[in-house]
Write a protein that binds this ligand. Structure first.
Ligand code: NAD
Length: 438
């Protein structure tokens, strides 16, 4: 199959590279010349473990290339995937479909024979039908089908998720499009990965329902964590005891500083908006959105308590700024709420993150950066663990405490325990949903 992938972000680039590894001929398109220049030099513009090697392997095999020229890529393709961003629209929470519709129109104008236009971006129910209308209006003679193929990969584990998915969801309207999609995913069919074939609307809905459900699960355990702190329970023990129940499962049951990232915040808002528009309110999702904001605010209160009520004049070491480990993505990361609150309160902040510095420097003005956690802790009054990178999971806590002016720790990922902190000489320790001290 010949595939054009429009958008070379986290989803488009990973999908394009993996499809080429399946043996397809893939051209990845982006309108950002800096991204395409980098890719043509063999550099990956994002941090995603394993992506660079797989990309280079397939470029060298002659199956993968990059271009700014959408029209030429579309003319050579059997299927064109739209993997552009669908951020939250300003003001109303709706998914902004400007990039999707612009790409659809460009594809329509360039195409001159039968193609399947596949939406991989996360889009509200009804969008694929709108894509069909836009394409038909822009090129009335074109023979084409649309397909919905939402993506479920997780940043940080994206290649494995793409190559060994829990399922692939394909929404189609015609046998012909179903055949093209099944040819594209043939390597996964052959290895018995479940392929769920649906109508367009159900495929679009599955993506939002799945993401909202995961956001509910995270938020539920965060709410339980707050209650644990009040009643003297330990949320780590509680989530272990809950998660061993096969009906519940242990994934997404770790209390933390609130969900962030490029998907959950915008997709929950979009689902809530879709519900409002159809007079079928998504009350659970709406509550989750509100509770998640409260969770982030509660984190700031925790830090304030540890600092004796004021950040003014304090030096704070922040370990981790990305929304989760193994990515450089900072979209809607809890750090974007917590760090400005520290700086705004008069603290001097020094951050350390294995991959987040480049993005972080642009998004978190007015803070310093350290190459390693020990340098970050030097002379600090508070250490905040904000992202559970492996690099922060086995720290020499005695060395950290010894380097600090006042050894206090806010462990917002429950990496350590109060007894670890006490043994290392920390004067104060607080975490999520467990007893602290100091
Ligand atoms: P991204 O912002 O990283 O990448 C989007 C890319 O599309 C950018 O490089 C941009 O320059 C390019 N682009 C926009 N319009 C274009 C056009 N007309 N022609 C060519 N290129 C164009 O976005 P992302 O994180 O990859 O997300 C893409 C979609 O996938 C979103 O809808 C998102 O919700 C969904 N999704 C993301 C993830 C994730 O973990 N990031 C997971 C599943 C689904």
């Amino acid at each position: 199959m010949r595939i054009a992938m429009i958008g070379t972000g986290y989803v488009g680039l990973v999908s394009g590279v993996c499809f080429s590894d399946f043996g397809h001929e893939v051209i990845c398109v982006d309108k950002d010349p800096r991204k395409i220049e980098k890719l043509e030099r063999g550099e990956v513009p994002i941090f995603e473990p394993g992506l660079d090697a797989l990309m280079i392997k397939n470029v060298e095999a002659g199956r993968l290339s990059f271009t700014l020229d959408l029209a030429s890529a579309v003319k050579q393709a059997d299927a064109v995937f739209i993997a552009v961003g669908t951020p939250t629209r300003r003001g109303d929470g709706h998914a902004d479909l400007t990039y999707v519709m612009a790409a659809a129109e460009e594809i329509a104008k360039a195409a001159d024979r039968y193609i399947v236009i596949v939406t991989k971006s996360t889009v509200p129910v009804g969008t694929n039908a709108k894509v069909r209308e836009v394409v038909a209006a822009a090129n009335p003679d074109l023979e084409f089908d649309v397909a919905s193929n939402p993506e479920f990969l997780r940043e940080g584990a994206a290649i494995d998720d793409f190559m060994k998915p829990d399922r692939v969801v394909v929404g189609v309207e015609t046998e012909r499009a179903a055949q093209v999609m099944s040819d594209i995913y043939r390597p996964l069919y052959l290895r018995d990965f479940p392929i769920v074939t649906t109508d367009l609307e159900s495929a679009e809905m599955i993506k939002y329902a799945a993401n909202a459900f995961l956001a509910v699960k995270i938020t539920f355990i965060n709410e339980i964590a707050a209650l644990c702190e009040k009643v003297g329970a330990d949320v780590k023990q509680v989530s272990k005891g809950m998660g061993l129940d096969g009906r519940i499962g242990n994934k997404f049951l770790h209390a933390g500083p609130g969900y962030g990232g490029s998907c959950f915040p915008k997709d929950t808002k979009a689902l809530a908006r879709i519900g409002q528009e159809h007079a079928s309110p998504m009350l659970i999702t709406e509550a989750v959105i509100k509770i998640n904001e409260d969770v982030k605010r509660r984190m700031i209160d925790k830090l304030l308590d540890l600092c004796g009520g004021s950040f003014n004049g304090k030096t704070v070491a922040v370990l981790g700024v990305t929304f989760k480990p193994n990515t450089d993505d900072m979209r809607d990361a809890p750090a974007l709420t917590i760090v400005p609150a520290l700086v705004g309160g008069g603290a001097k902040v020094r951050a350390c993150d294995p991959q987040g510095r480049h993005e972080g420097e642009a998004l978190l003005p007015g803070i310093g950066w350290s190459e390693d956690p020990y340098a970050a802790a030097e002379g600090a009054d508070l250490l905040v663990i904000l992202t559970e990178w492996n690099e922060f999971r086995a720290l020499d806590l005695k060395r950290i405490a010894g380097a600090m002016t006042t050894a206090r720790m806010a462990d917002l990922r429950n990496v350590y325990s109060a007894s670890d902190a006490e043994a290392a000489g920390f004067a104060a320790y607080d975490s999520i949903g467990r007893a602290g001290y100091g």
